[in-house]
Design a protein around this ligand. Structure first.
Ligand SMILES: CC(C)(COP(=O)(O)OP(=O)(O)OC[C@H]1O[C@@H](n2cnc3c(N)ncnc32)[C@H](O)[C@@H]1OP(=O)(O)O)[C@@H](O)C(=O)NCCC(=O)NCCS
Length: 157
């Protein structure tokens, strides 16, 4: 039987992606994944700014932004690339796709919160034009609860 080769495809999320999206999110964010309930709610509310990288039946990455109704700001809620696919430009591809869509939709600013030790993500965001908010790369203590400090970054679109 010939081997089936599946190509990576960057596309808008579909409802039937939810179980696989949940699996990928658990794989990437082991200690703090979204519950299925929260992922479903994000899908219901923000599917227009949720893109996935599919490969056959599997998902290898996704990006999710949540946009305010007046389109003044969109918050990055998740960016994930499967561990064995990192370093190949997929994170950048996902970010460019969602930023293009935000611009097309007239959103004025993108913001996100990133762990101050997450050098890969911070380098990616900086290379896309995001800059830390506040003076001196101010890290917000306990931003997501006790011990969960975050660096806030933003980009005018
Ligand atoms: C952050 C993440 C999405 C990057 O995805 P990726 O596909 O590996 O990234 P890319 O290959 O597109 O690299 C894009 C840029 O990120 C930076 N980068 C990627 N890996 C890096 C590393 N190990 N060290 C430093 N910078 C790195 C570089 O600036 C790179 O640009 P370059 O290739 O021109 O040097 C991925 O590491 C990931 O899923 N991490 C776990 C989840 C996470 O931390 N998400 C972000 C939450 S805020």
């Amino acid at each position: 039987m010939p081997a089936v080769s599946h190509q990576l495809l960057l596309r808008a999320v579909r409802e039937d992606d939810l179980p696989e999206l949940h699996r990928l999110d658990n794989e990437v964010f082991e200690s703090s994944p979204y519950s299925y309930l929260v992922l479903r709610q994000h899908f219901d509310a923000h599917a227009d700014h949720l893109f996935v990288l599919s490969e056959g039946e599997s998902l290898r990455g996704y990006v999710l932004f949540a946009t305010s109704s007046d389109r003044s700001v969109s918050w990055g809620l998740s960016l994930a690339v499967a561990r064995d696919r990192r370093g190949g430009g997929l994170g950048r591809m996902l970010m460019n796709e969602v930023l293009d869509k935000l611009r097309e939709d007239g959103v004025q600013e993108a913001r996100l919160a990133v762990e101050p030790t997450n050098t890969a993500a911070i380098a990616l965001y900086r290379s896309l034009g995001f800059a830390p908010e506040g003076k001196d790369d101010n890290v917000r203590r306990d931003y997501f609860g006790p011990g969960e400090d975050r660096l806030l970054m933003s980009l005018k679109l």
